[in-house]
Design a protein around this ligand. Sequence first.
Ligand code: ADP
Length: 583
Amino acid sequence: MATSPKSLSGLFPFLKPYRVALGVAALFLLLAAGTTLAFPWVLRQLIDQGLASGAPADQLSGNFLQLFGVAAALAVFSAGRYYTVSWLGERITADLRNAVYGHVLKQSPAFFETTQSGEVLSRLTNDTTLVQTVVGSSFSMGLRNLVMGAGALIMLVWTNPLLMLQVVAVLVAVIFPSVYLGRRVRRLSRTNQDRVADSSAIASEVLNAISVVQSYTAEGRETRRFIDSTLRALSSALGRIRARAVLVGFIIMASSAVLLWGLYMGTLAVRAGTSTAGQLGETVFYVILLASAFAVLGEVYGDMLRAAGATERLMELLHTESHLKISAEPQRAPWPQGGSSLELQAVRFHYPSRPDTWALDQLSGQIHPGQTVAVVGPSGAGKTTLFDLLMRFHDPQSGRIVLDGVPIDQMGLHDLRERMAIVPQEPVIFSGTVIENIRYGRPDASLEDVHAAAEAAYAQEFIRELPEGFDTYLGDRGVRLSGGQRQRIAIARAILKNPPLLLLDEATSALDAQSEKMVQAALDKAMVGRTTLVIAHRLATVQRADVIWVLERGRLMEQGTHAELQAKGGLYASLAALQFNAS
Ligand code: ADP
């Protein structure tokens, strides 16, 4: 992967708001590095002056006080650096996470068809955590070690130029093999991460379908499949661990060699009288600083590469453009009273993945305010696609959809979707109370309005019987509702939103007679005073519709009332005979 640390520049916009904090962090960082560099120098004073025979006693205590002063300063500056840098890391990661999530939620269905939600989740968690490691620690560690390494190098040149040259030569000999080994470790750890992700993918698929798995008594097989994939993850982990063990051993061995070499040369110099013991101590310290700076920088470089990869993936996600063209100057349509008017003008659409099949083909039609249109047709006829186009989840390749006098691609997306509510076949109940669920489309609705909507959707009665009435917690960890009850909550949600256009996708599965009657009555109420498009599966619905549109293979084949179309004896008549639930 040709990732370079340059990709990290994608993070600049996220750093910008924190300029002051960045400045403070940099200051603490420099101060801490500076104090570390002062340490060996003070140590040399201690050895050469305080320890020298005949030095006054207060000389020694003075030297120790100096040392303590340096240590105290280092403590304060390091704490300050740690706090500001970690604070920055957390803040920036939180901002990044929110930005990516907010952006992903705005994507059109085409995006979600090509991107698995698991992948988005992994970017939101793993990739942002990698970025956090770099911003919140590695980067400052790198900078500190760069300053310290450079400082130690300068001090070495200043105090012992010849020795320094030798040390640098040996260091370079150490670095190349470490870099090579480090790369290998990184490659292996990437493979390992992929293998771990594979086994989580298996687990999540199986856990989501646990009842099917158990009904086919496939637990044993699934367990073995999981064990296999865990073993693959394990063996790739072992490869990484071996490479890492060699790397660690090599680094310790090589850096000790450098250190001992320096010590040996220094001791010779002290013995020859060309250098003092203090100078030797100082030099050894600087060499340690230099060597450890090199080691840390190697590590940091690895982290930065990984974070650069993560940043690239995040930026890619953050810069995916929704393929919908949003009009820069949206036209405002008047808010219709008594329902929207809707006109389809030769709408033609195919899915990006199926360019050779028109899902909707030259679809034209007009719906007047307040009308109820039942859309019927065999499975695959394009009914759902029509709804998706109305909500602008996709745009037609040709033709236009005009809502309340304005083409929908000229309307603001928010304005467009503000005008409609959908009651899907399988209503979604969010984790939250009954009230929160009904309020979903109008979070600021008053309690009276919520109750009125529940009343109109014939949901009042069963909600009152729930353990805590309207405050009952629903969703995964809460009370489970029956199919009919979920539908009535969804209808109440739509009624509360009070849009001029209602999109209904009737459930295909029949409810029991009692629930059926309630849901039907609720829908009747919901349709009052607005335009309704309903994907119909029930005889009662088509009989009451003002117009029926009969679709087949994306084309509008027939339209008219139930009686008219029955009399015609065409496609509708044959469909009606087979398809509708007579309830
Ligand atoms: P209906 O709701 O009437 O059963 P749809 O609108 O779901 O029909 O589907 C219309 C046609 O478009 C079908 O041929 C279907 O296979 C195809 N189709 C639906 N969704 C997609 C998609 N996301 N990608 C590709 N083809 C699709």
